[in-house]
Design a protein around this ligand. Structure first.
Ligand code: PEP
Ligand code: MN
Length: 254
């Protein structure tokens, strides 16, 4: 399956990157991610937040920034819809949907995203078993849309140092359970930028089909998730290291 012309589930393991949320300077942020080697852009204009007094995303007024970023970089873009209205608003401006961890259990949203007929990256809820996660994927697939990519982004455990505990075993375990590609989100698992690279490499080492990682040219100025955003040089370094490790793993398996 492909997001735009970027294939997931093949030899190339795509890197999806961009800031956590779209901000007024988004086009430059997207260009920086593209220059660092990202294959697909994050372009989240609607943000699910843990409390209503926090920035909820720039909203529909950010959609022209997605269009411009897509044209300027030539890269496909994904965004997160929070409800059926968002699906309709975003449908013609993105190449794929991201369903966030909080929304994994929203079956109506999964159906709406599936019916839109573009690929859906389905994040695992922080408290979902593999069966629950695959069941959520089935809601998308039941609409006739099999272009689903699973994303492990960390689960809740008794470990409090990291934001979530990356369940790296999801990649090999699900390889035996489903035909869907599994990608890794080291950013929301780590919660701190210094742990993002090692978790991304762990994902590459177990054979993840791709990585989604948050980046920002000036990480400390990110409007959301600034602690875990990588700078542009850090993103470039991560992409190079992931590529090197992936080719090593491929060599040793031949
Ligand atoms: C995100 O990707 O910015 C996000 C909100 O992630 P999650 O749904 O995994 O918490
Ligand atoms: Mn985020």
């Amino acid at each position: 399956m492909a997001i735009g012309d970027v294939v997931f589930g093949g030899d190339h393991r795509p890197i999806i990157s961009g800031p956590c949320s779209v901000e007024p300077g988004y086009v430059a942020h997207a260009e920086a991610a593209a220059a660092a080697g990202a294959d697909v852009l994050r372009g989240c204009v609607f943000k699910p937040r843990s409390a209503p007094d926090r920035f909820q995303g720039i909203g529909a007024e950010g959609i022209p920034l997605l269009d411009e970023a897509r044209v300027r970089t030539g890269l496909p873009i994904i965004a997160e819809p929070l409800d059926g209205d968002d699906v309709r608003l975003l449908r013609d401006h993105v190449d794929g949907f991201l369903i966030g961890a909080r929304s994994m259990r929203n079956s109506r949203l999964l159906e709406a995203a599936g019916r839109a007929g573009i690929p859906v990256i389905l994040k695992r809820s922080f408290a979902a078993t593999y069966d629950e996660w695959l069941g959520a994927a089935d809601y998308v697939r039941a609409t006739g849309n099999d272009d689903v990519i699973l994303c492990e982004r960390g689960i809740r455990t008794f470990v409090t140092e990291t934001r979530n505990t990356l369940d790296i075993a999801a990649v090999p375990v699900l390889a035996g359970r489903t035909d869907l590609p599994v990608i890794i989100d080291p950013s929301h698992a780590a919660g701190r930028r210094e742990w993002v690279l090692p978790l991304a490499l762990a994902g590459a080492a177990v054979g993840a089909a791709g990585i989604i990682v948050e980046s920002h040219p000036v990480p400390d100025q990110s409007w959301t998730d600034s602690c875990q955003a990588l700078s542009t040089p850090e993103l470039r370094n991560l992409i190079e290291q992931v590529r090197r490790l992936t080719s090593l793993c491929e060599l040793s398996s031949t």
